[in-house]
Write a protein that binds this ligand. Structure first.
Ligand code: UD1
Ligand code: MG
Length: 456
Protein backbone atom coordinates (compact mmCIF):
# COMPACT_ATOMS: atom_id res chain seq x y z
CA UNK A 1 0.00 0.00 0.00
CA UNK A 2 1.12 3.54 -0.77
CA UNK A 3 1.88 6.10 1.88
CA UNK A 4 -1.32 7.99 2.53
CA UNK A 5 -1.52 11.62 3.61
CA UNK A 6 -4.45 13.93 4.24
CA UNK A 7 -4.85 17.67 3.90
CA UNK A 8 -7.86 19.30 5.56
CA UNK A 9 -8.75 22.79 4.43
CA UNK A 10 -9.96 24.91 7.31
CA UNK A 11 -8.62 28.41 6.80
CA UNK A 12 -11.65 30.17 5.33
CA UNK A 13 -13.70 32.69 7.24
CA UNK A 14 -17.03 31.54 5.87
CA UNK A 15 -18.52 34.89 4.89
CA UNK A 16 -21.79 33.28 3.82
CA UNK A 17 -22.40 32.11 7.39
CA UNK A 18 -22.63 35.78 8.49
CA UNK A 19 -21.25 34.80 11.85
CA UNK A 20 -18.71 35.84 14.47
CA UNK A 21 -17.78 32.16 14.72
CA UNK A 22 -15.33 30.80 12.12
CA UNK A 23 -17.15 28.56 9.69
CA UNK A 24 -15.48 25.23 10.39
CA UNK A 25 -16.13 25.69 14.12
CA UNK A 26 -19.90 25.80 13.70
CA UNK A 27 -21.20 22.73 15.48
CA UNK A 28 -23.14 19.92 13.86
CA UNK A 29 -24.76 17.66 16.46
CA UNK A 30 -22.76 19.54 19.07
CA UNK A 31 -19.31 19.10 17.56
CA UNK A 32 -17.43 21.59 15.33
CA UNK A 33 -17.61 20.60 11.66
CA UNK A 34 -13.85 20.36 11.26
CA UNK A 35 -13.60 18.04 14.26
CA UNK A 36 -16.02 15.63 12.59
CA UNK A 37 -13.77 15.64 9.51
CA UNK A 38 -10.60 15.10 11.60
CA UNK A 39 -12.29 12.23 13.50
CA UNK A 40 -13.16 10.43 10.27
CA UNK A 41 -9.79 11.04 8.63
CA UNK A 42 -8.08 9.73 11.77
CA UNK A 43 -10.26 6.63 11.65
CA UNK A 44 -9.25 6.06 8.03
CA UNK A 45 -5.71 5.48 9.31
CA UNK A 46 -3.53 7.79 7.24
CA UNK A 47 0.19 8.32 7.78
CA UNK A 48 -0.02 12.07 8.33
CA UNK A 49 -2.76 14.68 8.53
CA UNK A 50 -2.01 18.33 7.81
CA UNK A 51 -4.66 20.95 8.52
CA UNK A 52 -4.56 24.32 6.82
CA UNK A 53 -5.66 27.05 9.21
CA UNK A 54 -6.06 30.80 8.84
CA UNK A 55 -9.17 32.54 10.15
CA UNK A 56 -9.55 31.59 13.79
CA UNK A 57 -6.33 29.57 13.66
CA UNK A 58 -5.87 29.42 17.43
CA UNK A 59 -9.46 28.46 18.08
CA UNK A 60 -9.34 25.70 15.47
CA UNK A 61 -6.07 24.37 16.92
CA UNK A 62 -7.53 24.39 20.39
CA UNK A 63 -10.48 22.28 19.25
CA UNK A 64 -8.51 19.72 17.26
CA UNK A 65 -5.40 19.50 19.44
CA UNK A 66 -2.24 17.67 18.47
CA UNK A 67 -3.86 14.88 16.45
CA UNK A 68 -2.79 16.70 13.28
CA UNK A 69 -0.03 19.05 12.20
CA UNK A 70 -0.86 22.59 11.09
CA UNK A 71 0.16 25.04 8.43
CA UNK A 72 -0.92 28.64 8.33
CA UNK A 73 -2.49 30.20 5.26
CA UNK A 74 -2.04 33.89 6.01
CA UNK A 75 -4.24 35.15 3.19
CA UNK A 76 -7.14 33.10 1.91
CA UNK A 77 -6.62 33.13 -1.83
CA UNK A 78 -8.52 29.98 -2.64
CA UNK A 79 -8.55 26.23 -2.07
CA UNK A 80 -5.60 25.63 -4.44
CA UNK A 81 -3.56 28.28 -2.63
CA UNK A 82 -4.51 26.61 0.67
CA UNK A 83 -3.11 23.24 -0.42
CA UNK A 84 0.13 24.87 -1.64
CA UNK A 85 0.77 25.92 1.99
CA UNK A 86 1.33 22.25 2.89
CA UNK A 87 4.21 21.95 0.42
CA UNK A 88 6.90 22.13 3.10
CA UNK A 89 5.30 19.16 4.83
CA UNK A 90 4.44 16.96 1.91
CA UNK A 91 6.46 17.81 -1.21
CA UNK A 92 8.80 15.18 -2.66
CA UNK A 93 7.05 12.46 -0.72
CA UNK A 94 5.82 9.46 -2.62
CA UNK A 95 2.26 8.41 -2.01
CA UNK A 96 -1.35 9.48 -2.19
CA UNK A 97 -2.78 12.64 -0.68
CA UNK A 98 -6.46 12.96 0.07
CA UNK A 99 -7.68 16.53 0.31
CA UNK A 100 -10.87 17.30 2.23
CA UNK A 101 -12.75 20.44 3.20
CA UNK A 102 -13.36 21.28 6.85
CA UNK A 103 -16.94 22.24 5.97
CA UNK A 104 -18.10 18.74 4.90
CA UNK A 105 -18.86 17.27 8.33
CA UNK A 106 -20.73 14.18 7.14
CA UNK A 107 -17.88 12.53 5.29
CA UNK A 108 -17.22 9.02 6.67
CA UNK A 109 -13.96 7.11 7.11
CA UNK A 110 -15.38 4.23 5.02
CA UNK A 111 -15.94 6.58 2.09
CA UNK A 112 -12.44 8.06 2.37
CA UNK A 113 -11.01 4.53 2.33
CA UNK A 114 -13.20 3.47 -0.60
CA UNK A 115 -12.12 6.55 -2.54
CA UNK A 116 -8.43 5.85 -1.89
CA UNK A 117 -8.82 2.20 -2.83
CA UNK A 118 -10.58 3.14 -6.08
CA UNK A 119 -7.80 5.66 -6.79
CA UNK A 120 -5.12 3.05 -6.31
CA UNK A 121 -6.94 0.30 -8.20
CA UNK A 122 -7.50 2.50 -11.27
CA UNK A 123 -3.89 3.70 -11.07
CA UNK A 124 -5.23 7.24 -11.42
CA UNK A 125 -3.18 10.33 -10.61
CA UNK A 126 -6.25 12.19 -9.41
CA UNK A 127 -9.65 10.90 -8.30
CA UNK A 128 -12.57 13.14 -7.44
CA UNK A 129 -15.27 12.10 -5.03
CA UNK A 130 -18.50 13.12 -6.70
CA UNK A 131 -22.19 12.89 -5.83
CA UNK A 132 -25.47 13.27 -7.65
CA UNK A 133 -27.37 16.28 -6.30
CA UNK A 134 -31.04 16.98 -7.06
CA UNK A 135 -30.23 20.60 -6.40
CA UNK A 136 -26.57 21.13 -7.29
CA UNK A 137 -26.67 24.87 -6.73
CA UNK A 138 -23.53 26.26 -5.08
CA UNK A 139 -21.34 23.27 -5.89
CA UNK A 140 -18.67 22.82 -8.55
CA UNK A 141 -19.91 20.65 -11.42
CA UNK A 142 -18.08 17.64 -12.85
CA UNK A 143 -17.69 17.92 -16.62
CA UNK A 144 -17.21 14.58 -18.40
CA UNK A 145 -16.44 13.66 -22.00
CA UNK A 146 -18.65 11.45 -24.19
CA UNK A 147 -16.97 8.31 -22.86
CA UNK A 148 -17.71 9.37 -19.31
CA UNK A 149 -14.13 10.35 -18.47
CA UNK A 150 -13.59 13.33 -16.19
CA UNK A 151 -12.48 16.44 -18.08
CA UNK A 152 -12.59 19.17 -15.49
CA UNK A 153 -14.51 20.75 -12.65
CA UNK A 154 -16.22 24.04 -13.16
CA UNK A 155 -17.35 26.30 -10.33
CA UNK A 156 -20.96 27.44 -10.50
CA UNK A 157 -19.94 31.08 -10.89
CA UNK A 158 -17.79 30.20 -13.91
CA UNK A 159 -20.17 27.67 -15.47
CA UNK A 160 -22.15 28.24 -18.68
CA UNK A 161 -25.83 27.33 -19.00
CA UNK A 162 -25.16 23.72 -20.08
CA UNK A 163 -22.60 23.13 -17.33
CA UNK A 164 -25.03 24.47 -14.75
CA UNK A 165 -27.52 21.76 -15.75
CA UNK A 166 -25.03 19.07 -14.64
CA UNK A 167 -26.15 17.40 -11.45
CA UNK A 168 -22.96 15.55 -10.65
CA UNK A 169 -21.12 17.73 -8.16
CA UNK A 170 -17.60 18.00 -6.84
CA UNK A 171 -17.80 17.06 -3.16
CA UNK A 172 -14.51 18.82 -2.37
CA UNK A 173 -12.80 15.52 -1.48
CA UNK A 174 -10.08 14.23 -3.81
CA UNK A 175 -7.13 11.87 -4.01
CA UNK A 176 -3.94 12.93 -5.75
CA UNK A 177 -0.58 11.50 -6.52
CA UNK A 178 1.32 13.61 -4.01
CA UNK A 179 4.23 14.65 -6.20
CA UNK A 180 2.07 15.50 -9.23
CA UNK A 181 -0.29 17.50 -7.00
CA UNK A 182 2.30 20.08 -6.01
CA UNK A 183 3.67 20.24 -9.52
CA UNK A 184 0.17 20.92 -10.94
CA UNK A 185 -0.71 23.41 -8.20
CA UNK A 186 2.16 25.64 -9.29
CA UNK A 187 0.38 25.95 -12.64
CA UNK A 188 -3.03 26.97 -11.24
CA UNK A 189 -4.01 30.58 -12.04
CA UNK A 190 -6.69 32.85 -10.63
CA UNK A 191 -8.34 34.08 -13.79
CA UNK A 192 -11.90 33.21 -12.81
CA UNK A 193 -15.10 34.74 -11.48
CA UNK A 194 -13.83 34.82 -7.88
CA UNK A 195 -10.18 35.72 -8.60
CA UNK A 196 -9.10 32.69 -6.53
CA UNK A 197 -6.65 29.83 -6.99
CA UNK A 198 -9.02 26.87 -7.33
CA UNK A 199 -7.88 23.42 -6.27
CA UNK A 200 -10.28 21.70 -8.75
CA UNK A 201 -8.30 23.30 -11.61
CA UNK A 202 -5.61 20.71 -10.90
CA UNK A 203 -7.88 18.16 -12.59
CA UNK A 204 -7.85 19.99 -15.92
CA UNK A 205 -4.10 20.58 -15.67
CA UNK A 206 -3.38 16.88 -15.08
CA UNK A 207 -5.76 15.97 -17.92
CA UNK A 208 -3.81 18.25 -20.27
CA UNK A 209 -0.62 16.48 -19.17
CA UNK A 210 -2.19 13.18 -20.25
CA UNK A 211 -2.46 11.75 -16.74
CA UNK A 212 -5.12 9.19 -15.83
CA UNK A 213 -8.05 10.74 -13.98
CA UNK A 214 -10.86 9.05 -12.22
CA UNK A 215 -14.07 9.86 -10.37
CA UNK A 216 -15.89 7.88 -7.75
CA UNK A 217 -19.52 8.70 -7.08
CA UNK A 218 -20.89 8.18 -3.60
CA UNK A 219 -24.52 7.02 -3.62
CA UNK A 220 -25.34 9.25 -0.65
CA UNK A 221 -25.36 12.96 -1.44
CA UNK A 222 -26.09 13.87 2.18
CA UNK A 223 -22.67 12.57 3.18
CA UNK A 224 -21.02 15.25 1.11
CA UNK A 225 -23.02 18.32 2.09
CA UNK A 226 -20.70 21.34 2.02
CA UNK A 227 -21.77 23.86 4.61
CA UNK A 228 -21.42 27.40 3.31
CA UNK A 229 -24.45 29.00 4.94
CA UNK A 230 -26.98 28.42 7.70
CA UNK A 231 -29.40 26.64 5.38
CA UNK A 232 -26.79 24.00 4.58
CA UNK A 233 -25.86 23.90 8.27
CA UNK A 234 -29.40 22.86 9.14
CA UNK A 235 -29.34 20.24 6.36
CA UNK A 236 -26.09 18.85 7.75
CA UNK A 237 -27.53 18.80 11.26
CA UNK A 238 -30.59 16.93 10.02
CA UNK A 239 -28.55 14.39 8.08
CA UNK A 240 -26.13 13.81 10.97
CA UNK A 241 -29.02 13.45 13.40
CA UNK A 242 -30.64 10.85 11.16
CA UNK A 243 -27.38 8.93 10.82
CA UNK A 244 -26.68 8.96 14.55
CA UNK A 245 -30.23 8.05 15.56
CA UNK A 246 -30.39 5.18 13.06
CA UNK A 247 -27.05 3.89 14.33
CA UNK A 248 -28.33 3.73 17.92
CA UNK A 249 -31.67 2.23 16.91
CA UNK A 250 -29.71 -0.53 15.15
CA UNK A 251 -27.80 -1.02 18.39
CA UNK A 252 -31.05 -1.71 20.24
CA UNK A 253 -32.07 1.72 21.53
CA UNK A 254 -35.74 2.68 21.10
CA UNK A 255 -36.19 6.21 19.84
CA UNK A 256 -39.87 7.06 19.90
CA UNK A 257 -39.58 10.11 17.63
CA UNK A 258 -36.21 10.31 15.83
CA UNK A 259 -37.10 13.68 14.30
CA UNK A 260 -37.17 15.21 17.75
CA UNK A 261 -34.33 13.39 19.47
CA UNK A 262 -30.81 14.81 19.46
CA UNK A 263 -27.85 12.59 20.27
CA UNK A 264 -24.32 13.99 20.29
CA UNK A 265 -21.65 12.29 18.22
CA UNK A 266 -19.84 11.41 21.46
CA UNK A 267 -22.75 9.74 23.24
CA UNK A 268 -22.75 6.01 23.98
CA UNK A 269 -26.05 4.20 24.60
CA UNK A 270 -26.87 0.64 25.58
CA UNK A 271 -29.72 -1.58 24.32
CA UNK A 272 -33.28 -1.44 25.64
CA UNK A 273 -32.97 2.16 26.65
CA UNK A 274 -35.91 4.27 25.47
CA UNK A 275 -35.52 7.90 24.39
CA UNK A 276 -38.74 9.91 24.33
CA UNK A 277 -39.34 12.98 22.14
CA UNK A 278 -37.42 16.12 23.02
CA UNK A 279 -34.44 14.25 24.47
CA UNK A 280 -31.15 16.09 23.86
CA UNK A 281 -27.86 14.40 24.74
CA UNK A 282 -24.89 16.77 24.57
CA UNK A 283 -21.18 15.95 24.68
CA UNK A 284 -19.92 12.79 26.31
CA UNK A 285 -23.04 11.12 27.61
CA UNK A 286 -23.15 7.44 28.56
CA UNK A 287 -26.49 5.79 29.15
CA UNK A 288 -26.66 2.18 30.30
CA UNK A 289 -29.40 -0.26 29.28
CA UNK A 290 -33.08 -0.21 30.31
CA UNK A 291 -33.18 3.52 30.97
CA UNK A 292 -36.21 5.64 30.22
CA UNK A 293 -35.17 9.15 29.20
CA UNK A 294 -37.49 12.07 28.43
CA UNK A 295 -39.69 13.44 27.17
CA UNK A 296 -38.07 16.89 27.09
CA UNK A 297 -34.85 16.05 28.89
CA UNK A 298 -31.40 17.53 28.37
CA UNK A 299 -28.34 15.58 29.51
CA UNK A 300 -24.81 16.94 29.11
CA UNK A 301 -21.49 15.13 29.77
CA UNK A 302 -22.99 12.70 32.25
CA UNK A 303 -23.20 9.00 33.01
CA UNK A 304 -26.56 7.36 33.64
CA UNK A 305 -26.73 3.90 35.22
CA UNK A 306 -28.89 0.96 34.21
CA UNK A 307 -32.66 1.11 34.67
CA UNK A 308 -32.78 4.82 35.49
CA UNK A 309 -35.68 7.03 34.53
CA UNK A 310 -35.27 10.76 33.90
CA UNK A 311 -38.33 12.74 32.85
CA UNK A 312 -38.60 16.40 31.79
CA UNK A 313 -35.31 17.21 33.47
CA UNK A 314 -31.84 18.69 33.01
CA UNK A 315 -28.69 16.80 34.03
CA UNK A 316 -25.18 18.24 33.58
CA UNK A 317 -21.68 16.88 34.31
CA UNK A 318 -22.96 14.36 36.82
CA UNK A 319 -22.97 10.68 37.61
CA UNK A 320 -26.35 9.07 38.05
CA UNK A 321 -26.56 5.54 39.43
CA UNK A 322 -28.79 2.57 38.68
CA UNK A 323 -32.58 2.57 39.05
CA UNK A 324 -32.64 6.26 39.90
CA UNK A 325 -35.86 8.20 39.37
CA UNK A 326 -35.46 11.85 38.49
CA UNK A 327 -38.15 14.35 37.54
CA UNK A 328 -40.41 15.54 36.32
CA UNK A 329 -38.66 18.92 36.47
CA UNK A 330 -35.49 17.97 38.30
CA UNK A 331 -32.27 19.93 37.78
CA UNK A 332 -29.08 17.98 38.42
CA UNK A 333 -26.24 20.46 38.17
CA UNK A 334 -22.50 19.76 37.72
CA UNK A 335 -20.45 17.52 40.00
CA UNK A 336 -23.40 15.70 41.45
CA UNK A 337 -23.36 11.99 42.27
CA UNK A 338 -26.65 10.19 42.63
CA UNK A 339 -26.30 6.69 44.06
CA UNK A 340 -28.40 3.71 43.07
CA UNK A 341 -32.15 3.95 43.73
CA UNK A 342 -32.02 7.64 44.58
CA UNK A 343 -35.18 9.64 43.91
CA UNK A 344 -35.09 13.28 42.86
CA UNK A 345 -38.63 14.50 42.40
CA UNK A 346 -40.34 17.53 40.94
CA UNK A 347 -38.77 20.96 41.33
CA UNK A 348 -35.69 19.66 43.09
CA UNK A 349 -32.29 21.18 42.30
CA UNK A 350 -29.11 19.29 43.15
CA UNK A 351 -25.73 21.02 42.82
CA UNK A 352 -22.25 19.62 43.56
CA UNK A 353 -23.78 17.14 45.97
CA UNK A 354 -23.79 13.44 46.51
CA UNK A 355 -26.78 11.38 47.60
CA UNK A 356 -26.00 7.78 48.41
CA UNK A 357 -28.11 4.70 47.75
CA UNK A 358 -31.84 4.98 48.35
CA UNK A 359 -31.94 8.62 49.44
CA UNK A 360 -34.86 10.80 48.40
CA UNK A 361 -35.62 14.44 47.80
CA UNK A 362 -39.05 14.08 46.34
CA UNK A 363 -40.44 17.61 46.18
CA UNK A 364 -39.40 21.26 45.98
CA UNK A 365 -35.89 21.15 47.46
CA UNK A 366 -32.48 22.72 46.99
CA UNK A 367 -29.53 20.44 47.68
CA UNK A 368 -26.23 22.29 47.15
CA UNK A 369 -22.72 21.41 48.40
CA UNK A 370 -24.07 18.51 50.40
CA UNK A 371 -22.86 15.03 51.23
CA UNK A 372 -25.85 12.87 51.94
CA UNK A 373 -25.67 9.28 53.10
CA UNK A 374 -27.91 6.28 52.37
CA UNK A 375 -31.70 6.12 52.89
CA UNK A 376 -31.96 9.78 53.84
CA UNK A 377 -35.35 11.40 53.37
CA UNK A 378 -35.33 15.09 52.57
CA UNK A 379 -38.89 16.28 53.11
CA UNK A 380 -40.76 18.60 50.81
CA UNK A 381 -39.14 22.03 50.70
CA UNK A 382 -35.98 21.17 52.61
CA UNK A 383 -33.09 23.41 51.75
CA UNK A 384 -29.35 23.30 52.27
CA UNK A 385 -28.42 26.92 53.03
CA UNK A 386 -24.97 26.76 51.49
CA UNK A 387 -24.07 30.38 50.71
CA UNK A 388 -23.50 33.42 52.88
CA UNK A 389 -22.98 35.79 49.97
CA UNK A 390 -19.22 35.18 49.95
CA UNK A 391 -18.48 31.50 50.37
CA UNK A 392 -20.12 28.13 49.92
CA UNK A 393 -20.28 25.69 52.86
CA UNK A 394 -20.82 21.97 53.19
CA UNK A 395 -23.85 20.21 54.63
CA UNK A 396 -23.24 16.64 55.79
CA UNK A 397 -26.17 14.34 56.40
CA UNK A 398 -25.38 10.82 57.55
CA UNK A 399 -27.29 7.59 56.81
CA UNK A 400 -30.97 7.19 57.71
CA UNK A 401 -31.61 10.81 58.61
CA UNK A 402 -35.18 12.06 58.27
CA UNK A 403 -35.46 15.75 57.43
CA UNK A 404 -39.00 17.03 57.89
CA UNK A 405 -40.73 19.36 55.47
CA UNK A 406 -39.56 22.90 54.99
CA UNK A 407 -36.36 22.59 57.04
CA UNK A 408 -33.35 24.83 56.46
CA UNK A 409 -29.93 23.32 57.09
CA UNK A 410 -27.58 26.27 57.51
CA UNK A 411 -24.11 25.14 56.43
CA UNK A 412 -21.52 24.31 57.58
CA UNK A 413 -23.57 21.79 59.49
CA UNK A 414 -23.63 18.06 60.13
CA UNK A 415 -26.60 15.87 60.94
CA UNK A 416 -25.62 12.56 62.58
CA UNK A 417 -26.82 9.11 61.58
CA UNK A 418 -30.48 8.37 62.14
CA UNK A 419 -31.34 11.87 63.42
CA UNK A 420 -34.81 13.34 62.93
CA UNK A 421 -35.28 17.01 62.02
CA UNK A 422 -38.68 18.41 62.82
CA UNK A 423 -40.62 20.09 60.05
CA UNK A 424 -40.05 23.81 59.73
CA UNK A 425 -36.76 23.79 61.63
CA UNK A 426 -33.83 26.04 60.83
CA UNK A 427 -30.81 23.99 61.86
CA UNK A 428 -27.68 26.03 62.54
CA UNK A 429 -25.82 23.64 64.88
CA UNK A 430 -24.70 20.07 64.36
CA UNK A 431 -27.29 17.44 65.29
CA UNK A 432 -26.09 14.30 67.10
CA UNK A 433 -26.99 10.88 65.69
CA UNK A 434 -30.45 9.52 66.60
CA UNK A 435 -31.48 12.91 68.09
CA UNK A 436 -34.72 14.72 67.40
CA UNK A 437 -33.94 18.33 66.59
CA UNK A 438 -36.64 20.99 66.69
CA UNK A 439 -35.56 24.50 65.79
CA UNK A 440 -38.67 26.61 65.42
CA UNK A 441 -40.69 28.87 67.67
CA UNK A 442 -43.57 27.24 69.54
CA UNK A 443 -47.09 27.69 68.43
CA UNK A 444 -49.30 30.00 70.48
CA UNK A 445 -53.06 29.94 70.05
CA UNK A 446 -54.80 33.17 71.07
CA UNK A 447 -58.38 32.12 71.70
CA UNK A 448 -61.08 34.48 70.44
CA UNK A 449 -58.53 36.83 68.88
CA UNK A 450 -60.43 36.89 65.61
CA UNK A 451 -63.72 38.71 66.08
CA UNK A 452 -66.86 37.34 64.51
CA UNK A 453 -67.56 39.05 61.21
CA UNK A 454 -70.95 40.23 62.47
CA UNK A 455 -69.31 42.16 65.31
CA UNK A 456 -66.96 44.15 63.04
C1 UD1 B 1 -15.58 24.12 -2.90
C2 UD1 B 1 -15.18 23.69 -4.31
C3 UD1 B 1 -16.43 23.22 -5.07
C4 UD1 B 1 -17.09 22.09 -4.31
C5 UD1 B 1 -17.37 22.50 -2.86
C6 UD1 B 1 -17.81 21.28 -2.06
C7 UD1 B 1 -13.28 25.10 -4.94
C8 UD1 B 1 -12.82 26.26 -5.73
N1 UD1 B 1 -14.57 24.83 -5.01
O1 UD1 B 1 -16.45 25.24 -3.03
O2 UD1 B 1 -16.06 22.78 -6.37
O3 UD1 B 1 -18.29 21.72 -4.96
O4 UD1 B 1 -16.19 23.02 -2.23
O5 UD1 B 1 -18.24 21.63 -0.79
O6 UD1 B 1 -12.48 24.46 -4.31
N2 UD1 B 1 -10.46 27.27 2.34
C9 UD1 B 1 -9.20 27.52 2.80
N3 UD1 B 1 -8.50 28.55 2.24
C10 UD1 B 1 -9.00 29.30 1.22
C11 UD1 B 1 -10.31 29.01 0.76
C12 UD1 B 1 -11.02 27.99 1.34
O7 UD1 B 1 -8.69 26.87 3.71
O8 UD1 B 1 -8.31 30.21 0.76
C13 UD1 B 1 -11.21 26.16 2.97
C14 UD1 B 1 -12.50 26.61 3.64
O9 UD1 B 1 -12.29 26.89 5.01
C15 UD1 B 1 -13.41 25.41 3.44
C16 UD1 B 1 -12.86 24.71 2.19
O10 UD1 B 1 -11.58 25.26 1.96
O11 UD1 B 1 -13.34 24.51 4.52
C17 UD1 B 1 -13.73 24.95 0.95
O12 UD1 B 1 -13.85 26.35 0.73
P1 UD1 B 1 -15.27 26.99 0.39
O13 UD1 B 1 -15.09 28.47 0.28
O14 UD1 B 1 -16.29 26.49 1.30
O15 UD1 B 1 -15.51 26.42 -1.07
P2 UD1 B 1 -16.90 26.15 -1.79
O16 UD1 B 1 -17.40 27.43 -2.36
O17 UD1 B 1 -17.80 25.42 -0.90
MG1 MG C 1 -17.73 25.03 1.10
Amino acid sequence: MNNRYAVILAAGQGKRMKSDLYKVLHPVCGKPMVEHVVDQVTKAGLNEIVTVIGHGADAVKQHIGDRVSYVLQKEQLGTGHAVIQTKEHLKDRKGVTVVLCGDTPLIRAETIEALMNHHEQTAAKATVLTAYAHNPSGYGRVVRDEQGGVLRIVEEKDADETERQVKEINTGTYCFDNELLFDALSKVGNDNAQGEYYLPDVIEILKAQGETLSAWQTPDFSETIGVNDRVALSQAEKAMKKRTNEHWMRQGVTIIDPDHTYISADAVLKPDTVLHPGTMLHGEVEIESHCDIGPFTEITDSRIGEGTSIRQSVVSNSNVGRNVKAGPYAHIRPESELGDEVKIGNFVEVKKSSLKKGSKASHLSYVGDAEIGERVNLGCGSITVNYDGKQKYLTTIENDVFVGCNANLVAPVKVGEGAFIAAGSTITDDVPGKALSIARSRQTNKEGYVKNKEEL
